[in-house]
Design a protein around this ligand. Structure first.
Ligand SMILES: Nc1ncnc2c1ncn2[C@@H]1O[C@H](COP(=O)(O)OP(=O)(O)OP(=O)(O)O)[C@@H](O)[C@H]1O
Ligand SMILES: [Mg+2]
Length: 144
């Protein structure tokens, strides 16, 4: 497999195009012939992190890196940052506004689901500067 590096723009508050990057990532992984289990895990993580940028973050970039050993999803935005990362990782914790809750978001399950569906997650964030997530997945024999 040749290495892949793709980048997708994420626009703050753009609910029309929200999720497009994650769909493209899913299609790329399908075209590589990976098994549906690993594609599902990566897609969930890409979608949840993309939606977090749309809702809570600022302008952002979603990227996909693939080689023979694994898959990395990187998501960075120039938004307000996460004040307390440990708190943000707790199931049910959400600062989503009422408008977003009415749209069905704000269960506080995005980050916990990213942790559950990946092999490792690193979160870097600074107040008023932005947030940077690195989400990694090993590709094992069974994933091909
Ligand atoms: N990119 C980001 N920039 C700023 N804050 C963020 C970002 N991502 C997450 N957060 C903060 O972490 C909290 C928890 O995120 P999480 O994805 O778990 O839940 P949620 O987005 O509020 O709800 P859900 O994902 O279930 O719709 C958010 O409510 C927000 O306060
Ligand atoms: Mg979320």
């Amino acid at each position: 497999m040749h290495a892949i590096y793709d980048e997708y723009e994420i626009k703050a508050k753009d609910f029309i195009r929200a999720g497009e990057g994650s769909i493209k990532i899913k299609n790329t992984l399908k075209s590589l012939g990976l098994k549906s289990d690993i594609i599902k895990c990566v897609s969930i993580c890409a979608y949840e992190s993309e939606m977090n940028v749309v809702m809570h973050g600022g302008e952002g970039i979603l990227s996909l890196i693939v080689d023979d050993t694994g898959i990395i999803i990187e998501v960075r935005d120039n938004g307000p940052g996460i004040g307390d990362i440990n708190l943000a990782l707790k199931e049910g914790y959400s600062t989503a506004q009422d408008l977003y809750r009415e749209m069905g978001f704000g269960a506080g399950m995005g980050l916990p689901n990213i942790v559950k569906n990946s092999d490792s997650v690193e979160i870097f964030s600074q107040k008023d500067k932005g947030t940077y997530l690195i989400i990694s997945f090993w590709i094992d024999q069974g994933d091909r």
